[in-house]
Design a protein around this ligand. Sequence first.
Ligand code: PLP
Length: 441
Amino acid sequence: MAIASDRPPTDGAAQAAAGTPAAPASPSSTVDRGPLDAHALRAEFPILGTTAHGKPLVYLDSAATSQKPLAVIEAMDTYYREYNANVHRGIYQIGERATAGYEAARASVARFINAPSPREIVFTRNATEAINLVAASWGRKNIGRGDAIILTEMEHHANLVPWQILVQERDADLEFIPITDDGILRLDVFEVLLRLKPKLVAFTHVSNTLGTINPVAEMTALAHAAGALVLVDGAQAVPHVPVDVAAIGADFYVFSGHKMLGPTGSGALWGRRELLDAMPPYMAGGEMIREVHLRRSEFNEVPWKFEAGTPDIAAAIGFGAAAEYLMALGMGRVQAHEHELIVYAMDALRREFPNLDLYGPPADARGGVIPFNVPGVHPHDVAQVLDRSGVAVRAGHHCTMPLHERLDLVATARASFNVYSTREDVDQLIVGLREVYRLFA
Ligand code: PLP
């Protein structure tokens, strides 16, 4: 007997076309196509007008999570105020509007990364859940005894631990592409490792700790030539550089909405349709089924097969609004703005503090992240002093303990940028660091 409330949803793209339009980008984003005016943009991020310890907030921890523009906050607010209802269930006006809004968000996220179809976008809570989904579903089906999976030394724990668990369970092997001391992947060693005929190669697009932008299309082509599938962790790429999954050519691409101006609780897995179709469900329950009988069930089509239970509807709607907002800004302009800022910051830090330890590749090969250490001062102390100046940076291992081990570091402080970051933020970082030097050096 079919369960009426779990009817398979109709095609997402069709719903999007017929239903609630994606949230409009804010007006200041769309007018000027010259260089991005981050100062004007900041007015759209309410939190950037607040203070910390009585000083204007200088938020340099965007790699952990980004701040949110009004376009995102208001899209979620409107959902809760005007059409809060479950999706793919209610045959009544606000239920249909919620479904249309949810599926329109999926279409926006698909367009944002140039996915061939919204049906290839699975909503998850974050990048971590998306990787776990692939490891548990594709991995358990396809990885067997003695199979090899290749990762890199610079992976976030989210793109390491799920594979460790899988290979332990399957008696398979992990291999790692090493890095240079500057944090660049050794592609010469990668080519040698590919002789092992791995089943999967999984690597980050942009390093969350060093900022290294990896040559993902080239790496994907090499892996495919060796017969491996490719998963790219795009958590630190989508906020900063234009991403075109069709051009990269990988098989899976995962990312978090909350790092690209969207709400926490939003993330996505993009996968090739034929791979997603062949993968077993990850979680089971309502929504992911077509028919349920007492002793067997038939599963829904992708992507809903992977979205068991009531999803975070508001987060998905906010995620879609963030994708629309960034597309209206133009990711090329976002990248150019952040690159200019990285060059400015690295030059200023080197000039002001000649003995400051800066890690990672040159500015031209790096996204919006600068890890550093003040010699002889623990990064937690650095972060605490900066905090008193209103400057928020992260200190610790940034969920890359093996990378820190490789670089012989216990921890680092990390300043990270986003589209709303400005030279004035960098200047305040320098003022705060002068205080660190005055207190400790
Ligand atoms: N991958 C990278 C490169 C990251 O930087 C992060 C988070 O910092 C993740 C994965 C995990 O993201 P989330 O915590 O949103 O799942």
